[in-house]
Design a protein around this ligand. Structure first.
Ligand SMILES: Nc1nc2c(ncn2[C@@H]2O[C@H](COP(=O)(O)OP(=O)(O)OP(=O)(O)O)[C@@H](O)[C@H]2O)c(=O)[nH]1
Ligand SMILES: [Mg+2]
Length: 400
């Protein structure tokens, strides 16, 4: 991802599903106007989900996902089908490509039910119109195209955009906590862990959100906070700090000024803050031998350092005084069955889109397994959670 691009996690994820040879890859190529995906008459040409970030007009920045056919056969085939179904968990708009000369099959009906169950806006696209005698009638959620002769591709893009726009988020990082003209102070430590020459994504996104809310973002290092607050004259609407320096920031922020952390804001933005706060309380009833799942959204641990794999397990053992067993997952892997676990601790999910993060939380909630995240957990272990959720009275109440 280039630094000047919209991060993938903020893009509408548009996935193309369907049986082998329906023309998924061909339709993607027609829609994107590029030869992104390999097309052939061999069934099962696409063997892994293929992701491509791009501008898809008239919608804007998207991730287009090509998937293996959901009717693949054999052991490998089953794995591929699983991968296609996993893509569903991050899909904001689903397109079901059907070979129009054959029509809808049981596998297609199953997919449609999944879209409906998950509340994913979808469109059924009958492909290979060029082989039909005229254009058959179709329903509201359906349309006909030909990837080969580029028939109705423009309309298809319009309809994708319509579905994608319904997905516009009404969730914000901080904008809903402030008024235009407010100023907010951001505490950003520049230590060895900070990437060279830039800010990390959550910090950038927070600044952008404040600007979108027509406020001012004042960015300081932890040792500059007190002076900045003194100089401001009137108190800021909110101080947002990196959790690593929360104690210092809490000391330097007057008690009547609201203070929170980037992790708390992102737990709210990306996942479910209330659930994470409820989940963290499971720590107090943990017992020897309990198994804990640590989930990470990215596979490169650079940004997350060794927090998930080393530090959190150590802190949990120290805090609980128990012998604990840890399992780790990363990237797009996340087990369907969480029953072996006493609780799940997940990263903030800066590399996952909101839909996928919500899906993981929902998995845990459905199975009755407490789920929390790094930021909330660390805040809790350090006794600072109460203060950092002050800006959210209904959440703070959960801790009483
Ligand atoms: N006549 C006609 N053939 C098409 C059209 N779209 C795709 N095909 C052909 O259908 C075959 C399968 O196309 P693909 O795009 O590879 O299909 P897919 O759904 O991606 O298939 P898998 O990756 O194997 O699951 C190829 O031979 C294409 O040339 C179309 O609009 N009209
Ligand atoms: Mg394909």
């Amino acid at each position: 991802m280039g630094m000047n691009q919209t991060p993938a996690s903020e893009r509408v994820h548009i996935s193309f599903f369907g049986k082998r040879n329906a023309g998924k890859s061909s339709v993607i190529n027609a829609v994107t106007g590029q030869d992104l995906a390999i097309v052939s008459q061999v069934k099962g040409t696409t063997t892994d989900p293929v992701y491509k970030t791009m501008e898809l007009l008239p919608l804007g920045p998207v991730v287009v996902i090509d998937t293996p056919g959901i009717d693949d056969e054999g052991e490998l085939g089953k794995l591929r089908i699983r991968k296609s179904y996993q893509v569903l968990n991050k899909t904001d708009v689903a397109l079901l490509i059907v070979d129009g000369t054959i029509g809808r099959q049981p596998e297609d009906e199953m997919l449609i039910r999944r879209f409906q169950d998950k509340g994913i806006p979808y469109l059924v696209v009958y492909n290979k119109l060029d082989q039909m005698d005229g254009e058959p009638a179709c329903g509201e959620n359906e349309m006909w195209v030909s990837a080969k002769d580029k028939l109705h591709i423009w309309e298809l893009k319009e309809r994708i955009a319509e579905l994608g726009k319904q997905e516009e988020p009404d969730r914000y990082i901080v904008r809903d906590l402030m008024e235009p003209g407010d100023f907010l102070v951001l505490v950003v430590p520049i230590d060895k862990a900070a990437p060279k020459g830039r800010l990390i994504l959550p910090q950038q996104q927070t600044i952008r959100d404040i600007l979108d809310g027509n406020g001012s973002a004042i960015v300081v290092k932890e040792d500059g906070l007190r002076e900045a607050l003194d100089k401001l004259g009137s108190p800021p609407r909110l101080v947002i700090t990196d959790s690593q320096v929360f104690d210092r920031a809490a000391k330097d922020t007057p008690k009547d000024v609201l203070l929170t952390s980037f992790s708390i804001l992102f737990a709210r933005y990306k996942g479910d803050l209330a659930e994470a706060v409820r989940g963290v309380k499971a720590l107090d009833s943990i017992q020897n031998g309990d198994k804990i799942l640590i989930g990470e959204g990215c596979t490169h641990h650079r940004q997350c350092d060794d927090i998930g794999t080393v530090k959190i397990p150590r802190w949990l053992r120290e805090y609980t005084g128990c012998e604990l067993d840890f399992d780790f997952t990363s990237g797009t892997e996340f087990p369907d069955d969480l029953s072996p676990y006493r609780m799940v601790v997940h990263c903030g999910g800066c590399m996952l889109n909101a839909r996928e993060m919500k899906y993981r939380v929902q998995c845990a909630v459905d199975q009755g397994i407490p789920i929390t995240n790094y930021g909330i957990l660390i805040a809790y272990l350090r006794g600072i959670l109460k203060r950092s959720v002050e800006p959210f009275p209904e959440i703070a109440r959960l801790l009483d």
